[in-house]
Design a protein around this ligand. Structure first.
Ligand SMILES: Nc1nc2c(ncn2[C@@H]2O[C@H](COP(=O)(O)OP(=O)(O)OP(=O)(O)O)[C@@H](O)[C@H]2O)c(=O)[nH]1
Length: 358
């Protein structure tokens, strides 16, 4: 789950690249004071004709459709290219003027690419390894830092290691944050016992389906299901066994109402609600009959004092025919009334009411 939209993230990255290019230009004022005159051309060539244009090229690439998907690889390559070009400048400065150009920029490039551009841990590690090997080879070819070569190499390797390790920790924390957010989002929508939608999410999804059904002129129905004599079941077999029956009710609902658009939820306690669209009254009724038959086929023994020998459920249906419009609240009230009638008619019964426009 992306926390920020790809478009917003691309804009942010584009800005970060532009800031990076401006920083390089800013550093040029400081560098030029240090450099001997005969290195100015080499230096300007490296910065203005290579590094800055490379970053500008990546800014251009950020408009390509593949950019977002490939951005980590592109930035990894950018980190390696910028660093190696810096090594090239160190080498040239040594060969042309015996001048020890500072290596600290290498570390800045790594921190900029890894943190500002967000190279993930594994790619950051790969780029850091390439850069450390590059630095060691540079030291072999050009003994720029004389007797400080060991400490310089250790400093580059150590700094890149810290950069990569910090990125590892940051990625881990982000992963934990994203997975906790997912869990929290799920908890706020899902009933933990049945894995059905909880009441709040059920209402939201049902409202959305009702609006869509009215707009597309589709039949729509609200079905209320309530386990019969459930208090007696709990009293006879205990709350834990009662929970198992509630879970079974949810499973049976999923078995019957399995279209992608069907909305299934726990309305409260042992009462459930299903909302369907695009089914005729007859089709809805037939699905509810299947529900009763499934309970019958499970043959779960009920309490001795219950109305029926096996666990059953009563069902109230409110149908809204296509072309008519009403509120979800009114349909739930109608379905509730039908459910009450089903209970009064001896339980394990289905009652269907059509919603009539007042
Ligand atoms: N085990 C268990 N019981 C629950 C849960 N939620 C509600 N109940 C019980 O469900 C029972 C509902 O009782 P009533 O509202 O009297 O309904 P009933 O006994 O099913 O009677 P009728 O609806 O008339 O058939 C209560 O005893 C609640 O404690 C739950 O999550 N687990």
């Amino acid at each position: 789950m992306d926390v920020v939209s790809p478009h917003k993230e691309t804009v942010r990255l584009r800005l970060a690249l532009i800031v990076g290019a401006l920083l390089i230009c800013g550093f040029m004022w400081a560098d030029i004071v240090l450099l001997p005159d005969n290195l100015h051309d080499t230096y300007f060539f490296n910065r203005l004709y290579f590094q800055v244009p490379t970053i500008v090229l990546v800014v251009g690439l950020s408009y390509a459709p593949f950019f977002y998907a490939k951005r980590h690889w592109i930035f990894t390559l950018l980190m390696v290219v910028l660093t190696l070009s810096n090594f090239g400048l160190i080498h040239q400065s040594w060969i042309e003027a015996n001048f020890a150009f500072p290596y600290e920029g290498t570390i800045l490039y790594a921190f900029y690419c890894v943190f500002a551009l967000g190279i993930p841990f594994k790619l950051a590690l790969l780029a850091a390894l390439i850069n450390v090997i590059g630095f060691v080879l540079l030291m072999v070819v050009s003994p720029v830092y004389g007797e400080r070569v060991m400490i310089s190499s250790a400093f580059v390797a150590g700094s890149l290691f810290i950069c990569v390790y910090a990125k590892y920790r940051l990625d881990r924390v982000m992963e934990l944050l994203v997975s906790s957010n997912k869990k929290l989002a799920k908890l706020s929508r899902i009933d933990s016992l049945t894995n059905l939608l909880n009441r709040r999410a059920l209402m939201q999804r049902s409202e959305a389906l009702l609006s869509l059904s009215i707009r597309q002129s589709l039949d729509f129905a609200v079905i209320m299901l309530d386990l019969d004599d459930f208090k007696k079941y709990n009293d006879a077999f205990g709350h834990q066994k009662g929970d198992d029956v509630i879970v079974m009710q949810a499973d049976l609902m999923r078995e019957i109402f399995k279209r992608q658009t069907d909305v299934l939820g726990r309305y409260g306690g042992e009462e459930f609600m299903v909302v369907v669209s695009g089914l005729t009254r007859k089709q809805v009724y037939s699905k509810c009959e299947q529900m009763s038959m499934l309970w019958q086929s499970r043959s779960i023994a009920h309490a001795d004092t219950a109305t029926h020998r096996w666990v059953t459920c009563s069902i109230g249906i409110a149908c809204m025919e296509k072309g008519k419009g009403t509120s979800l609240e009114a349909l739930i009230q109608t379905a509730d009334k039908a459910l009450y009638e089903a209970k009064s008619a001896g339980k394990n019964t289905i009652k269907l009411e059509s919603y009539a426009n007042p």
